[in-house]
Design a protein around this ligand. Sequence first.
Ligand code: SF4
Ligand code: SF4
Length: 287
Amino acid sequence: MKEVTVISGKGGTGKTSITASFAFLAKNVVLADCDVDAADLHILAQPQVIHEEDFFGGTKAVIDHDKCSNCGTCLENCRYDAISASFVVDHSACEGCALCHYICPESAIRMEETLNGKWFISNTRFGPMVHANLIPGEENSGKLVALVRNQAKLIAEEQNMDIVIVDGAPGVGCPVISSITGVDYVVIVTEPTMSGLHDMKRVAELVKGFNIPSSLIINKWDIHPGMSNEIEKFANSENVALAGKIPYDKTFTESMVRRKTVVEEASSPAADAIVQVWKKLNQSVWQ
Ligand code: SF4
Ligand code: SF4
């Protein structure tokens, strides 16, 4: 079983549609949607949820006013200013560091688990899918990403699946790091714009730091061939293989509107390019 993560330095590159296209082409696959802050793979995959669980990712301080002597120690030492003058913890400011819990002379502060979101196992036309939703404003998305990946791998092992395809989060922060740590292969999707180049550089450096084999897809390459060349040059200089270039094709978006991947519909320039990219990637991933 191989685990492949698809990432992009920024949103809007077509990453999720390309990930879903790979899932359709792969057949014996488990999908993991690790874009837990703004999950959207479900729009294309149309999952039928068969299992649902709460995600408790962190803790917050709670003060027991029957025990509190109003000494002020917690308020003076909380560096996040999460404790009010009347010794009530503001949970939107509390970082769950537990300092107050340890220093309270009356043992009046307990740490309570907080509900950060939900995670799901679903059936889709591509195969099983593990996905999640983080409650807006809640943290610990890195932990939730790790949970989603682990569940997807468990399913793959139990059902003898060949591949786990992970739709990673955009950017270079904690959720992305959690999306790529320990995977077998990373696919970077970018587009030929200045911000696409800039963000692709950051994400390629991140992947390089983890020493994971990777390759690059330039989506809508022909909207700016000059910038596509720049991106290819950078990829060459960093030993990131070019998996392929997908042309701008309005059928790509039209398929999405029908909640389909472009490869599920009639042959088109974008669909044909994605099929070629998938064939090439297969050779690299299974090397
Ligand atoms: S440190 Fe403990 S006893 Fe002192 S004000 Fe805070 S909760 Fe109350
Ligand atoms: S757990 Fe940390 S952040 Fe939260 S109230 Fe206590 S000291 Fe402040």
